[in-house]
Design a binder for this molecule. Structure first.
Ligand SMILES: N[C@@H](CCC(=O)OP(=O)(O)O)C(=O)O
Length: 540
């Protein structure tokens, strides 16, 4: 299989979807042969000195089998109950298989809330690190029992990417029931070609439609895999989509390595070897804290800045901090020290010509809907729609490549949810309501945002009325912002999301001092905590 010589130790995350763990139809039998081969691979990787984390879905599927049910029902509570039934048995199954080869495992159940809170994030990181040092294989799943919409990752592809960032993984393997990303749906289009290497996920997302619902049990699909790849590569993790039946190819992939190079001439070997799609990690990975701000932390509001401010905050001397003078608009409510999205408002750059140029480029470079600039298409391999699997996965690729490209990072769109749209099949993260971290720390909100309840009002409301109220606020905000944006776009302006940062004042305060020099902060607010309104800025 591979040499016995110890390799440079790598940290490897392997994600297995529900379809790889149980059969998608009643009676949801576990794929024991496949699971055993995963276990052998992981133990072999460990014997070569690598650290391995497994991200395992399947709790609901195993729960269904235990209860002898035919379907999981629609209610969230039903899914949660089934996950609670199945998770124990799922981990017992893994423990059983791993213990045959004397490999200890650990169970890690996470929710998005654990990632949004810096202390909990660091605690999770410490636990992972300790386990890996002890030679244990952590097995991660979403903590479905407590994971309601507001705090859900939604799919384990995203969870595995976040786990990869937490452990600073070198590789993330997304094992699924197709071999790789294709230029089109190989089931419907015999000319569909495998995509071997992806250097620019953003381009691929614009050019390949990946609207897939995943299997009947899983929630992921090709689109969530691209989002996961975007998150993981930003954290410095090379991400690989591979058929779970080909799990032993992992050795060949890591033997070849996959540097961050964007230049195909530097990595020609990547186009050969096992059939899979490799997303090359970003040349400059975001540092842990910056990645966490950009992707782990939920943003509570938005600050729109002008182009001058955008130029200023890009300079090193700014220290990644924003002065109030450059603020054009504030969308809240948010408290000081909460994360905010940063958007630059700028004149449209010859939009018409730009659009046409993009169209032309797309037509010139496209074969089966995918540009050759951003990906490498394998002409030699015939399309082979899934093998060895009874899965109902719809690998997709209905063509939506002509849709206008979004100005907002799809990864953030997926994670931030409210107010920035999202793919219909992807669960959205709603505004997180943590009474301890968000509401209790809200500074008094002035009457200048009439729709915003005061903290006292919020605290006296029931949880459901708080949620309703916040939903309304964010809906109003979203509607207003969309309307304003439409008006402005018509007048030759556009707004582009550029990053995130930590607010130094609350939304009402920043609204009052926007456009002013820092020296005036004290005069207007009666005090001045900082001359900056946003700190720790992280660009997308
Ligand atoms: N956490 C849930 C499944 C989440 C999910 O569906 O993930 P996936 O099968 O990877 O799309 C479970 O263990 O059943």
């Amino acid at each position: 299989m591979t040499s016995k010589i110890k390799a440079t130790p790598l940290t490897i995350v392997i994600k297995l979807g529900t379809s790889s763990i149980v059969s998608p139809e009643y009676p949801f039998l576990p794929h024991l042969e496949l699971l055993s081969s995963i276990v052998e691979t992981v133990v072999h990787l460990r014997s070569l000195g690598h650290r391995v984390v497994l991200c395992s879905s399947g709790a609901i599927g195993v729960g269904l089998r235990r209860m002898n049910l035919r379907g999981r029902g629609k209610a969230l509570s039903q899914k949660q109950a089934l996950a609670a039934i199945g998770q124990g048995r799922l981990i017992a199954l893994w423990d059983n298989l791993f213990s045959q080869l004397d490999q200890p495992i650990a169970q890690i159940l996470l929710t998005r809330m654990d990632i949004s809170d810096r202390t909990r994030y660091l605690n999770a990181q410490n636990t992972f690190s300790e386990l890996l040092q002890m030679g244990v294989v952590p097995i991660v799943n979403e903590n479905d029992t407590v994971s309601v919409t507001e705090i859900k990752f939604g799919d384990n592809d995203t969870l595995s990417a976040i786990s990869s960032a937490i452990v600073h993984a070198d590789y993330l393997f997304l094992l699924t029931d197709v071999e790789c990303l294709y230029t089109d749906n190989p089931r419907n289009n015999p000319d569909a070609k495998p995509v071997r290497v992806v250097r620019d996920i953003e381009k691929v997302k614009q050019q390949v439609s990946t609207a897939t619902l995943g299997t009947s049990l899983g929630t992921g699909g090709m689109s969530t895999k691209l989002i996961a790849a975007e998150l993981a590569t930003a954290a410095g993790t090379t991400t690989v989509i591979m058929h779970s039946a080909n799990v032993k190819d992992i050795f060949r992939v890591i033997e070849k390595g996959a540097g961050p190079s964007r230049d195909i001439s530097e990595t020609p070997y990547l186009e050969e070897g096992p059939l899979c799609t490799r997303f090359l990690r970003r040349e400059t990975a975001l540092k842990d804290r910056k990645w966490w701000i950009a992707h782990g932390l939920h943003s509570a509001g938005t600050i729109v800045i002008d182009e001058g401010a955008y130029r200023a905050i890009q300079r090193k001397e700014s220290g990644g901090r924003l002065l109030p003078a450059g603020v054009v608009r504030v969308e809240g409510p948010f408290a000081s020290h909460q994360a905010v999205r940063l958007i630059v408002r700028r004149r449209r750059r010859d939009h018409h010509h730009h659009h046409h140029r993009l169209e032309n480029e797309r037509n010139e470079n496209t074969d089966g809907g995918v540009s050759r600039n951003s990906i490498d298409v394998d002409e030699s391999v015939p399309p082979s729609p899934t093998r060895g699997s009874t899965s109902t996965s719809r690998f997709s690729i209905d063509d939506t490549s002509n849709k206008p490209s979004t100005l907002i990072s799809p990864a953030l769109k997926h994670l931030a949810g409210a107010g920035v749209g999202g793919e219909p099949s992807t669960p959205q993260l709603q505004p997180i309501l943590s009474l301890s971290s968000s509401i209790a720390s809200l500074d008094p909100l002035s009457k200048s945002i009439p729709s915003s309840p005061s903290p006292a009002t919020i605290l006296s409301m029931s949880n459901s009325s708080i949620n309703e109220r916040l939903d309304k606020i964010s809906l109003n905000d979203t509607e207003q912002r969309d309307k304003k944006r439409e008006e402005e776009e018509g007048q030759g302006w556009e707004e582009v999301e550029i990053g995130k940062g930590l607010a130094q004042y609350n939304s009402v305060e920043i609204d009052r001092i926007k456009g002013l020099k820092s020296a005036h902060i004290e005069t207007v607010l009666g005090y001045s905590e900082s001359e900056h309104v946003v700190d720790s800025i992280t660009f997308l």
